[in-house]
Design a protein around this ligand. Structure first.
Ligand code: ADP
Ligand code: MG
Length: 249
């Protein structure tokens, strides 16, 4: 039984198109795994199958060895799976702090906790998780701002903070580097490294080759719904065929 998140033979089609066509993927704890490839090859569709936003037509998704293929996203969240969206999704009417608090509340009364017979962590723990996530992503200075007043890069960090506040075991990030300035990118990289050092399993769907090269332990490359390469980041990114699949000159 493997820890982390695993996809086995995942297929997902739309009409006649097989957006994801029989894909295997492993997202182990304590590592950063990156999924790369040009637009339209099925990265987000695979990501949605992993997160539970959509159901695969065939294949299985396992979380810590448990088959979660049939579970909806909120049930997966209770088991310790968190995600962010390519198009940032926050509650615009809530403040930064309230948005992060929503994430922190998701950890309360979780199934894993109930199975272990542990008490719900309660308000103080939710507040502490919120504060920690705000601090980690340098959102303290804007904690009372309405979310819809944040610039795009800060919004993306807010979405990450909300995911982190749920204290996930597995974190799925769709293009976390998009719209970030240099300082924010550096902070993102530092935070993601710290999280994996704590044993979190991270999957990054990312366009920014430099960010992937800097961060990822293992890189998977998709083309036309299939995995065409996979291996240590340095080797995979140096492969010319991979650059071709990516669409880089
Ligand atoms: P990527 O994230 O790599 O850019 P996507 O997973 O978004 O790729 O898309 C893969 C393919 O599936 C594309 O051809 C896209 O048009 C198609 N697709 C994705 N989502 C849908 C949908 N909800 N309905 C119909 N086609 C879709
Ligand atoms: Mg996408």
């Amino acid at each position: 039984m493997s820890a982390g998140l695993t996809a086995r033979g995942v297929v997902r089609g739309f009409g006649g198109i097989r957006a994801v066509d029989g894909v295997d993927l492993a997202v182990p704890p304590g590592r950063i795994t990156a999924l790369v490839g040009p637009n339209g090859v099925g990265k987000s569709t695979l990501f949605d199958c992993l997160a539970g936003a959509t159901r695969p037509d065939a294949g299985r998704v396992l979380l810590a060895g448990r088959d979660i293929t049939a579970l909806p996203d909120h049930a997966r969240a209770r088991l310790g799976l968190a995600r962010t969206f390519q198009q940032v999704a926050v509650f615009p009417g809530l403040t930064v702090e309230q948005n992060v608090r929503v994430g922190a509340e998701q950890r309360r009364g979780g199934t894993a906790r109930a199975l272990l017979g542990l008490p719900a962590p309660g308000r103080a723990a939710a507040r502490a998780a919120t504060d920690r996530a705000l601090r980690l992503l340098d959102l303290d200075p804007v904690r009372d701002w309405p979310a819809d007043r944040l610039p795009p890069g800060t919004l993306r960090l807010l979405e990450l903070a909300r995911a982190l506040a749920a204290a996930p075991r597995v974190l799925l990030l769709d293009e976390p580097g998009a719209g970030l300035d240099l300082a924010q990118t550096a902070r993102l990289a530092a935070v993601l490294r710290a999280l994996t050092a704590e044993g979190m399993a991270l999957l990054l769907v990312e366009h920014d080759v430099e960010l992937v090269a800097r961060l990822a332990d293992t890189v998977y490359v998709m083309a036309a719904g299939r995995m065409v390469a996979r291996g240590p980041a340095r080797e995979v990114l140096a492969d010319r065929r991979v650059a071709a699949a990516w669409g880089e000159p």
